[in-house]
Design a protein around this ligand. Structure first.
Ligand SMILES: NC(=O)c1ccc[n+]([C@@H]2O[C@H](COP(=O)([O-])OP(=O)(O)OC[C@H]3O[C@@H](n4cnc5c(N)ncnc54)[C@H](OP(=O)(O)O)[C@@H]3O)[C@@H](O)[C@H]2O)c1
Length: 360
């Protein structure tokens, strides 16, 4: 298959750099264009990330000499690519407008940004959980007046450590969830070099994160009705989000109340056997096993488990009865892989397999 050409919006940032890394040897996609702010436009990629390349591995050779374009040069970027991956730090209004402008050039946009997550005809996808939400794209295209251009988004990084478990346990009817997330600094686009105050520190506030953590799973568990995705009304989720001194990996401690009364064996069995369309289709970024259950009392641990399945799997452990809720557990997911760039690339792979993304 001839590779699809990808344009990356925000390719110089934390998530953008992960996109570049993941796509270096991708079997279906190749990086053709990179766009960022006017500050970076005109520089080669190597020049633009000089002194702020955040990953341990070196800048891939295939992108070093790509010249960065201004994100506002919409046709200059879009006309030469088959689809867009987006991860930019602009205001929500600006992101909403620019992603729609790209979609209207008949270029599909798969976005990490939160701006369109609550647009009713934009699917918010975890490919293992709600791949059928891509059906909404036909309605969105009618609204945009496009034949192939549309926007699809992936949800926030904070929900990835517990939403897959809730999905795996759907038949037991999770009705109330209390979660606390312990979130890595790369989730704010930062390393310890950029944010030395985080060394040995804990900050009990991440702007906007608790609302996302409580509401986004409900859109994922929702259904399509009259051209809109209607969010589920259950489970009720209450969440506190805390920033901790870890570079990669969001941990969540979670309490769940169920309608049914499942046993531990049943819950673990559902976790480890939970798979979906990406596994059936063999999508290149899909983990072979989406969720691992760690039996050891001191797992999942960031240093041991965050790269489970190349950072695309989710680790769950410490599942035990609770004295107030029914069950409690600890979850861990990689925030820039499963939670950001990797999740968006897997979403683009799903859309390619479903023929929503094709060669122009
Ligand atoms: N980090 C995560 O784990 C994570 C997880 C999920 C979602 N997200 C979301 O992904 C997006 C990017 O996050 P990030 O952590 O990668 O941010 P980041 O490291 O700050 O990168 C921001 C990118 O946006 C570009 N940019 C900034 N201001 C711009 C402007 N005025 N016009 C055009 N481009 C501009 C930057 O270009 P220059 O280099 O030229 O400044 C850079 O490429 C955000 O919406 C964030 O909420 C992040």
């Amino acid at each position: 298959m001839e590779k699809l050409r990808v344009g990356i919006l925000g390719g110089t940032g934390m998530v953008g750099q992960r996109f570049i890394q993941i796509l270096e040897n991708h079997p279906w996609f190749e990086v053709a264009r990179i766009a960022a702010s006017p500050r970076s436009a005109g520089k080669t990629y190597e020049e633009a990330v000089d002194g702020r390349w955040k990953l341990d591995e070196p800048v891939p050779e295939n992108v070093k000499n790509i010249r960065i374009q201004d994100i506002n040069d919409i046709h200059g970027v879009a006309d030469d690519v088959d689809f867009i991956l987006s991860a930019v730090n602009m205001s929500k209004d600006e992101i909403r407008a620019i992603e729609e402008a790209y979609a209207k050039t008949e270029t599909p946009v798969v976005s990490n940004n939160s701006a369109h997550r609550w647009t009713p005809d934009v699917p918010m996808i975890i490919p293992e959980i709600n791949p059928e939400h891509t059906d909404i794209i036909e309605y969105q295209k009618k609204r945009l007046g496009t034949t192939r251009g549309f926007i699809a988004v992936k949800p926030n990084c904070s929900i990835q450590a517990y939403t897959p478990a809730l999905a795996a346990w759907k038949e037991y009817g999770p009705i109330e969830v209390i979660a606390s997330t312990y979130q890595a600094i790369s989730g704010a686009g930062k390393t310890f070099r950029d944010w030395p105050e985080m060394n040995g520190n804990v900050i009990p506030y991440i702007s906007g994160e608790e609302e996302k953590s409580e509401q986004e799973p409900l859109k994922i568990f929702g259904h399509i009705e009259d051209g809109k995705i209607v969010k589920a009304d259950s489970p009720k989720i209450s969440c506190q989000c805390i920033r901790i001194p870890v570079l990669y990996g969001h941990t969540a401690t979670v309490f769940v109340k169920f309608k049914e009364n499942p046993s531990k064996e049943e819950l673990v069995e559902k976790l480890v056997n939970f798979g979906g369309l990406p596994q059936q289709l063999g999508l290149p970024s899909a983990p072979k096993q989406f969720i691992q259950y760690c039996e050891e009392d001191d797992r999942p641990q960031v240093t041991k488990d965050v790269y489970y399945e190349n950072g695309m799997g989710v680790s769950i452990g410490r599942l035990r009865r609770d004295s107030i809720y029914d069950w409690k557990f600890v979850g861990l997911a990689h925030n820039t892989m499963r939670g950001a760039a990797g999740g968006a690339v897997e979403c683009a792979e799903l859309l390619t397999a479903q023929k929503y993304i094709q060669k122009k």
